[in-house]
Design a protein around this ligand. Structure first.
Ligand code: GLO
Ligand code: MG
Length: 345
């Protein structure tokens, strides 16, 4: 398979049991080891981790034991010829993070969130990755008046500074999302994430991860969100997927809803040589009704769509595009793109 220099990743949560807020699992669960076994067959190179994907019982272990458990996971990765792309502290399930992690009103909860994130940095060291991803799931409000946004923003900067100091080698990529689980998230877009990074003690080690569905939920265009952060040299990873309008976060297969929107994401990534900078993460979920034995097709389909769109990006008639733009013939530009996507040119 020609991969044009791109490396692909996903997380264990992308092979899932299909539970949603209104119903139980519809597929049996697979062990982490089972999941590791399918990465290469599906064409993937790297694993994305939550801290507890790597060390499930980390709450019961000492820091030394957590490191030891992470070392065992590293050996499994090595055995499969895989690497870790990033580790993300899961700050949205534990009772101490019920009201948010870094921005909780309770100082003990904020301390828990920072300490837990330090353990994630320990795990990163053992797994051999310098990248931490912060999806700030509960850093926001269900009720606007319940937190002080000015204070909360300060808490976010303080927490990140503490992590940058604890891990002098690490880089942190913020994954913005405007809502879900919260009504209103504090860091909803690339612009918010970038600005926060520049406010920390070491802006050079602060970047972003763009997820297509999150950009759509924010009412923004994913390719512009990608391009904006690329312009600052700050796009360090992506979660490509698709999203059918403003509703629950769907994590549909890449390109499944809007192929042209997917093409534009690939076009901006590819023309800016993203393969040299970061991996292509596919944060996709099989739809709930997919039978268990077929519940990895969303991953391989997304990867294939990406690679096919790379080919289409590279074979786009740039001269025809330039001429159409020069003539301000935007109907022609529309046609060039659509006919290219439909294979008519
Ligand atoms: C949810 C997010 C989530 C993160 C993952 C890594 O909406 O997309 O899947 O990407 O937890 O931090
Ligand atoms: Mg994501």
């Amino acid at each position: 398979m020609e991969k044009y220099g791109y490396r692909f990743s996903f997380g264990p949560w992308n092979i899932h049991e299909g539970a949603d807020p209104f119903g139980p699992p519809v597929r049996g669960s697979q062990t982490f080891d089972d999941k590791l076994g399918v990465y290469k067959d599906l064409g993937f190179d790297a694993v994305q981790f939550h801290d507890d994907d790597a060390v499930p019982n980390l709450g019961e272990l000492s820091p030394a034991e957590i490191r030891q458990a992470a070392r065992a996971v590293r050996r499994k990765l090595d055995d499969h010829g895989l690497v870790a792309e990033f580790v993300a502290p899961r700050l949205w399930e534990h009772p101490m993070t019920i009201d948010g992690g870094y921005t909780a009103n309770d100082p003990k909860a904020r301390e828990y969130a920072i300490e837990r994130s330090k353990r994630a940095i320990d795990i990163m060291g053992e797994l051999g990755t310098d990248l931490m991803v912060l999806w700030l799931a509960r850093e926001g409000t269900y009720m606007r008046e319940s937190k002080n946004v000015v204070k909360a923003t300060g808490y976010l900067v303080e927490a990140i500074n503490a992590l940058l100091e604890y891990g002098p080698q690490i880089r942190i990529a913020i994954e913005p999302k405007p809502n879900e689980p919260m009504d209103l998230a504090y860091i909803p877009t690339m612009g918010h994430a970038l600005a926060l990074g520049y406010q920390t003690s070491d802006p050079a080690r602060m970047g972003v991860l763009m997820e297509s569905a999150h950009s759509v939920l924010a009412g923004l265009d994913p390719s512009d969100e990608i391009g904006y952060s690329l312009a600052f040299g700050k796009l360090w990873s992506v979660h490509l997927n698709d999203q059918n309008g403003l509703k629950f976060d769907q994590d549909r297969s890449f390109g499944a809803v809007d192929l042209r929107r997917a093409f534009n994401q690939v076009l901006v990534l590819d023309t800016n040589e993203f393969w040299k900078v970061g991996m292509v993460g596919l944060d996709v979920k099989a739809i709930r009704t997919q039978p268990a034995e077929l519940a990895t097709k969303h991953l391989s389909n997304s990867l294939w769509v990406f690679l096919r769109l790379v080919e289409l990006a590279r074979s786009l008639d740039v001269e025809a595009v330039t001429n159409a733009i020069a003539a301000r013939d935007y109907e022609q530009l529309d046609w060039i793109i659509l006919s290219h996507l439909m294979g008519l040119d």
